[in-house]
Design a protein around this ligand. Sequence first.
Ligand SMILES: NC(=O)c1ccc[n+]([C@@H]2O[C@H](COP(=O)([O-])OP(=O)(O)OC[C@H]3O[C@@H](n4cnc5c(N)ncnc54)[C@H](O)[C@@H]3O)[C@@H](O)[C@H]2O)c1
Length: 338
Amino acid sequence: MHHVTLIPGDGIGPAIVDATVRVIEAAGVRIDWDPQVAGMAAVEKHATPLPDETLESIRRHRVCLKGPLTTPVGGGYRSVNVTLRQAFNLYANVRPALSFEGMDDLPFPHVDLVTIRENTEGLYAGIEHFIKVDQEKIAAESIAVITRKGSERIIRYAFDFARQSRRKKVTLVHKANILKCSSGLFLEIGREVAKDYPDIEFDDRIVDACCMQLVMKPEIFDVIVTTNLFGDILSDLAAGLVGGLGLTAGANIGTDAALFEAVHGSAPDIAELGIANPTATIIAGAMMLRHLDEPEAADRIEQAVRAVIKEGKTLTPDLKKGSKDGTNAMTDAIIARL
Ligand SMILES: NC(=O)c1ccc[n+]([C@@H]2O[C@H](COP(=O)([O-])OP(=O)(O)OC[C@H]3O[C@@H](n4cnc5c(N)ncnc54)[C@H](O)[C@@H]3O)[C@@H](O)[C@H]2O)c1
């Protein structure tokens, strides 16, 4: 029996997390779920977006499946996702982008790349402030923190990941031509670390050129390793290449815990409609099962999801225009495939 913290999240979160729990149970894996709140749901219940009980539960179980959390834009509380990543040292954000058969209208049918994003430093270090004169905001500063330790750790993670998953190449993405200190240090460390992995090809790319190449020749990429902000953007771009945010998942792996979630957010525009695509969170659940050493169940779940998408019958409207099938119907179809 595994013990896992379960955070349903905001907006579409509860529906897609519930779908994932149903699929994992149908696959026969026994999990003792410990439901906890965070985000808006926690503000309503406990007047804080991240209650101590939630942190304590993750600390105890060391594995968490999480729905998306709403973060107020501009003001309001700080992103709970960023706080969780820092609290549990979830330094590696691993986001695979693998094409789905049946998504025939996409320009590239055979995308298979993994973005590995540094998750705790860079521009998301949370060091920012306004500069005020007579209460007027005349400027704002956000500081990107790149440390030798953090960079070496994520770059080694990417090379080790490439080795373990039998991938051939690691591409380091940076902006060292302009950000000569922060991006420059990351690149310098990448070149040093690469020497310890002679069996893995290494190259580097400037982030803007990388964006263009991703949308023209995605097949030249295998494993991408990059700093926090670039990784956030590039992994969403890669998600778009394989059919959108509703399909891709991410693992946040750290020294103290591991947290699994969809790449997308809480989708407030469709929160009440029952039409959220559960795929990304179910794939996140499969990634979690691999982490829990349940690879067979993980493979079966991924194959069932892929089969339902390939068949194209019971899909949410983001995958099939005009479809009347919602989250529950698609989840039932996946369970039937198991
Ligand atoms: N990991 C997280 O918790 C996370 C990640 C990203 C955004 N967010 C938060 O989510 C909120 C909304 O953000 P946003 O609107 O920029 O991004 P979003 O990902 O929630 O939505 C973007 C678009 O994609 C659609 N979409 C997303 N997931 C879908 C799904 N599973 N099925 C069908 N359609 C789906 C939405 O309807 C919307 O049109 C914000 O508060 C943001 O901070 C949280």
